[in-house]
Design a protein around this ligand. Structure first.
Ligand code: ADP
Ligand code: MG
Length: 498
């Protein structure tokens, strides 16, 4: 055999930077080994062995992409050798050299999947190079496939665990874990929420804006049996009627101007889950009829479609208006109203549960400060007094915004001081409840006893806040515990208001 220069034709292009592939040649004829070495040795790392046994030793020690072996050898035959190779290095490609028509073992080897292809002796060097190149390309593809499959498997596992993490986080975020409220009013809300979460009952959540209606709706979903299914929120006040209907129920192509294709609605998207319809009082009559149908029969009909189909969706609705009054005014169907408020959860405004303010403020401060890396860790008594006294027309959301603002404008302080609060919160105190003894400036419109009561209320709340217990507060205020208890009752402060 004459040695061929690599440039001749089919030789694999020299790989830049990568190590040449390892090829193991096994044949009992030294001339053949030599000839193959000459043909392939310039482009590949060629290893030679005179027997299958010797070949297996090399296979164990070297990185071999391809083995070429003679079929007929003393000792281990080519097919037997390949069987061993398959076991020990299944990724390695195998080419059989056949000296004469040993057809039956060849067929056996091919059928058993032990042989990638065979080359008949004698061969043309170009042909050998070509076959080897092809084989190695296949091998590379296989390797890449394996690597990708492995990467995919890892990515899947990672996604799965991320998914699990996100689900747990969603549960953590929206379950009771992050909801603050020690006031008796909120404790009642939580009790009811917990009970209703275990059922599939339709719930109507009422309360001023910012009181936590979203929070409670999510808690009901994530504490209940549908937690693994979607939770979808839709504000009914934010879209024109037709778009809202289409959003919730879907539409058929051409059902209205702009409906240029079929669209699935949210009810279908969250089948098995929960839909939260915020500002339900804003819906018009056609929409109300559709909702009634869902609540009565669990059936929806897409816009422009004549066929209804069944969905399994829990409905939670919310409103910040007086829905009863909307019904009385004739703007909301009474039957729908009753269907919606199978259970009603009423969220009291923050000003009616001021004892929740310190914990909420602290909760938001902790969360926001750690998010932005602020050093703020608490409030001065004066600042907390102001926060407790403020009316919070925007309720918990407004308190959260206030804390966000404080943190944003702070500069290295450890405590939030009165001066850092926004002006309306700072000022509110004078017009609302007398702030402190030092200020001494009550509400000029209120009677003396009203002012005195308001002042007492503030002092008691401040003492409770500072002392952390009723006994401590009584001591601080210099009154017996029972007197404090009585006074609190009279002033409308509840025992839980610590
Ligand atoms: N009890 C609570 N504990 C903790 N955060 C609350 C609570 N109530 C409301 N929030 C927060 O206040 C903001 C307003 O609440 P949200 O549920 O959106 O109010 P609504 O839907 O009634 O307008 C949200 O950022 C929410 O996380
Ligand atoms: Mg809301």
């Amino acid at each position: 055999m004459r040695p061929e220069a690599p440039k001749s034709v089919e030789g694999a292009p020299p790989k830049v930077g990568a190590r040449p592939h390892g090829i193991l040649v096994v044949d009992d004829e030294p001339a053949i080994l030599e000839s193959i070495d000459l043909t392939l040795g310039t482009e590949y790392r060629v290893f030679t062995a005179a027997s299958g046994e010797a070949g297996l030793k090399i296979l164990a020690a070297e990185e071999i992409a391809l083995v070429i072996a003679d079929q007929v050898m003393p000792g281990m035959s080519g097919v037997e050798f390949f069987e061993q190779v398959v076991q020990r290095s299944p990724g390695t490609l195998r080419i059989m050299l056949t000296g004469y028509a040993d057809l039956s073992s060849l067929i056996h080897g091919i059928n058993e999947g032990h042989i990638y292809r065979y080359i008949a002796k004698p061969w043309e060097p170009d042909e050998l190079r070509f076959d080897v190149k092809r084989a190695l390309e296949t091998w590379e593809l296989q390797q890449r496939n394996d690597r990708l499959a492995e990467e995919l498997r890892c990515a899947n596992t990672r996604l799965e665990s991320e998914n699990r993490f996100l689900r747990d986080e969603a549960r953590g975020r929206f379950s009771f874990a992050g909801i603050i409220g020690d006031s008796p009013a909120m404790q009642q809300v939580f009790d009811l929420t917990e009970k209703v979460a275990k059922t599939d009952a339709t719930v109507l959540i009422t309360g001023e804006t910012g009181t936590g209606k979203d929070v409670i709706a999510r808690a009901i979903h994530y504490e209940g049996g549908r937690a693994d299914r979607p939770f979808v929120a839709q504000n009914c006040g934010s879209l024109p009627e037709t778009l809202l209907e289409s959003e919730l129920f879907g539409h058929r192509k051409g059902s209205f101007t702009g409906a240029d294709r079929d669209k699935e609605g949210l009810f279908d998207a969250c089948d098995g889950g929960t839909i939260f319809l915020d500002e339900i009082g804003e819906t018009g009559t056609p929409m109300q009829v559709r909702l009634l149908r869902v609540l009565q029969d669990g059936e929806i009909r897409a816009l422009g479609s004549s066929a209804a189909h069944h969905v399994d969706v829990r409905v939670i609705a919310a409103t910040n208006c007086d829905l009863r009054k909307t019904v009385d005014d004739g703007d909301f169907r009474e039957d729908l109203y009753y269907r919606l408020r199978v259970v009603e959860i009423e969220l009291p405004p923050l000003r009616d549960r001021r004892s929740d303010v310190p914990a909420l403020a602290q909760h938001f401060l902790g969360r926001i400060a750690s998010r932005v890396g602020s050093s703020l860790g608490g409030f001065t008594n004066g600042a907390m007094d102001r926060l407790v006294a403020f009316e919070w027309p925007g309720n918990v959301r407004e308190l959260e915004n206030e804390i966000e603002r404080v943190v944003a404008l702070s500069g290295g302080e450890e405590l939030v001081a009165t001066g850092m609060l926004s002006e309306r919160v700072r000022r509110s105190v004078a017009s609302d409840v007398p702030s402190s003894v030092e200020a001494g400036n009550g509400n000029p419109q209120a009677s003396l006893s009203e002012n005195v009561d308001a002042l007492k209320r503030r002092l008691i709340l401040a003492a409770l806040h500072d002392a952390g217990s009723k006994a401590g507060a009584a001591k601080r205020l210099g009154v017996p515990r029972q007197s404090l208890q009585k006074m609190m009752k009279r002033l409308g402060l509840f025992p839980g208001d610590v």
